[in-house]
Design a protein around this ligand. Sequence first.
Ligand code: URA
Length: 438
Amino acid sequence: MHIISLIQQRKQGQPLSTEQMDWLVREATAGNIPDYQLATMLTVFCYEKLSAAETIAMTRAFVASGDTLSWDDVEQPVVDKHSTGGVGDKVTLALAPLLAAAGLAMPKMSGRGLGHTGGTVDKLESIPGFRTDLDSTEFRRILAGVGCAVAGQTARLVPADKLFYHLRDATDNVRELGLVTASVMSKKIAAGAPVIVLDVKSGSGAFFADQEEAAGFARMAMDIGEPLGRRVGCVITDMDQPLGHAVGNRLEVLEVLQLLSGSDGLRDLRDVLVAIGSLELVLAGSYPDIEIAGEHLNWLLDSGQALAKFDEWVKAQGGELEQLEFSPAEFSGVARHSVIAADSGWLEAVDCLAVGNAARSCGAGRLSQEDEIVPNAGLLCHAKIGDQIEAGQELVSVFIGERQAADTGEILQQLSTAFRIGKSPVTRRDSVLEMLQP
Ligand code: URA
């Protein structure tokens, strides 16, 4: 086999066989295919789309490129979750202890934030003492004792994806759905859980700008679940405005504490949490239908059991919640500013990407892997689409890191145009748009 003949075959519209895909992924990961030839092949895949069989073959070959985890020795049903990335997406922080309280086990490999979306590892590490660099023995001990554990994803899990993604990114070939599916699903399959729920976000702050594209990806991900021996469900959720109010690491942890303490001002976040959680419980076989599973999760939230599990989990990973600064008004290391509504009316639309970018500029995220996060930096967005607004009210509280102070004017300007206020009432948006079961 030779890479040139595979490129020629693919340019002529003939799909790669499983053996050819295995060879391509294996040789590329071993460093035997030059980047320029692999990048050419990836470009061809974007014009001559991957077939379903090729997507499955690529996913399998990706999984085989590195370590795989197994949870056969865990007593409880094991589940995993993945989000395609959003602004203010703190769902994993609440879902892991909630499902642990419901009797499932959730071992989760998570990433750091890059670009306008945050990462679960950064959010958790904003709790003083919280460790995500757990070795396998510690990770399994915490999982067995608590029912959930979160660690940073190791480089040994699906190394092929790292290489392919880097070249796709460098050649503007990230968006082909087959490539996205193989990339996302291989990491989930390698992580070993038999049940996987994907939170597929749709909207201006998401990887998928519209619901149809999000649903297309969801169907492809579900279709490859079965041949790869996994039960995969998807919840398509709204990302045309931030989820909840907080965007930024420690602010999001505080919001999760509020949610788990039964706050009723976080309906959108609670709806997403309960939708994903109920789908996990149904796919794991714990409940026959979504509604009954949802009732149980709501009871765990209202009775304080999910909050107690969150405390137990944070302690088990070294976190000291009592050291957290609980009042954003007294946050250290950041300066507080406000974005004020210029007009009265109704909040009509939010440029969610601009909000995510502004939070990153405050110090809550990174432009490159080397950037340092400011744990207290970020935003509290006080209004939701459909809310009535009075001129002069505070729309956003902005917490800007000391090193980012020079960008204050630009950040406030960016935020003041991100919230559009209209003269007529606007319908509120549902945060859960669609649920798809296998
Ligand atoms: N996220 C991933 O992990 N992979 C992709 O290809 C796109 C988004």
